[in-house]
Design a protein around this ligand. Structure first.
Ligand code: PEP
Length: 252
């Protein structure tokens, strides 16, 4: 039985003060509840502040991106080791805003995933199709390519430290959520692909989050689907009451 995992991607929102307050409220409300895994992923500058707020709490800390090198002359970049050092357990890799807004390719994302895992981070690896790709019936082909290339060279053991997030790009920040049928079909396809790339045991073990306009009123329906193991939440993760309602929906 895979535990549900709800992660909040705060993107480039919050201040030091609001980040601390949001993390504190979420962590205090969870009261160490172990029925669901919860993580928050603040902007880089607030990772330390939020790490302190989460100290001793069950809510985990994630970052939204990383470089693939350990260190070096990479102005403006942050290494996986630095993220570990500041207290991160997770890093999001391959978010569509990185893929499509910053031109990050499957090969680059593969290097980032390998570097993050080598540094001891767990990875939330995002995949998902554009609207035009869905309309052209290319969803499975896109997911297939993103998974084959993005996970290339990762071992079955390493996949125990990888969470996948299916995030149809047309549903991110748009208020257009995938239907339960669309979400379940994509998640089942992804799990089948994992079985092909690895084995049935690995496929059964990997958590697959859904992301794309998850809100309090649609979360329960999505997370009750057999292959949906939680949510990667953008906009609704910025309001403690909305995020906690999604977390509660994951508990069921
Ligand atoms: C996201 O940023 O990963 C996301 C799913 O955003 P939203 O929930 O706002 O659609």
């Amino acid at each position: 039985m895979r535990p549900k995992f709800v992660a909040g991607n705060w993107k480039m929102y919050t201040s030091a003060g609001t980040a601390k307050a949001l993390a504190t409220t979420v962590a205090m409300s969870m009261k160490g509840d172990k029925r669901v895994m919860v993580a928050v992923c603040p902007p880089f500058p607030w990772l330390g502040v939020v790490a302190s707020a989460l100290d001793g709490m069950s809510v985990m800390l994630g970052a939204q991106n990383c470089h693939f090198e350990k260190e070096g002359a990479y102005t403006g970049e942050v290494s996986p080791a630095m993220l570990r050092d500041v207290g991160c357990q997770y890093v999001i890799i391959g978010h569509s805003e990185r893929r499509h807004g910053f031109g990050e390719t499957d090969d680059l994302l593969n290097k980032k995933a390998k570097a993050a895992l080598a540094a001891g981070l767990k990875v939330i690896f995002c995949v998902g199709e554009l609207l035009a790709e869905r309309e052209a019936n290319q969803t499975e082909q896109v997911l297939d390519t993103q998974l084959t290339n993005g996970l290339a060279g990762l071992t079955s053991a390493q996949m125990h430290s990888v969470v996948l997030a299916y995030e149809p790009v047309w549903a991110i920040g748009t208020g257009k959520v995938a239907t339960p049928e669309q979400a379940q079909a994509a998640h089942a396809f992804i799990r089948g692909k994992l079985a092909g790339l690895y084995d049935a045991g690995t496929a059964a073990h990997v958590q697959i989050q859904y992301g794309g306009s998850v809100k309090a009123d649609n979360a329960a329906g999505l997370m009750s689907l057999p292959d949906v193991d939680g949510a990667l939440v953008g906009g609704a993760s910025l309001k403690a009451d909305q995020f906690l309602a999604i977390v509660n929906a994951a508990i069921g």
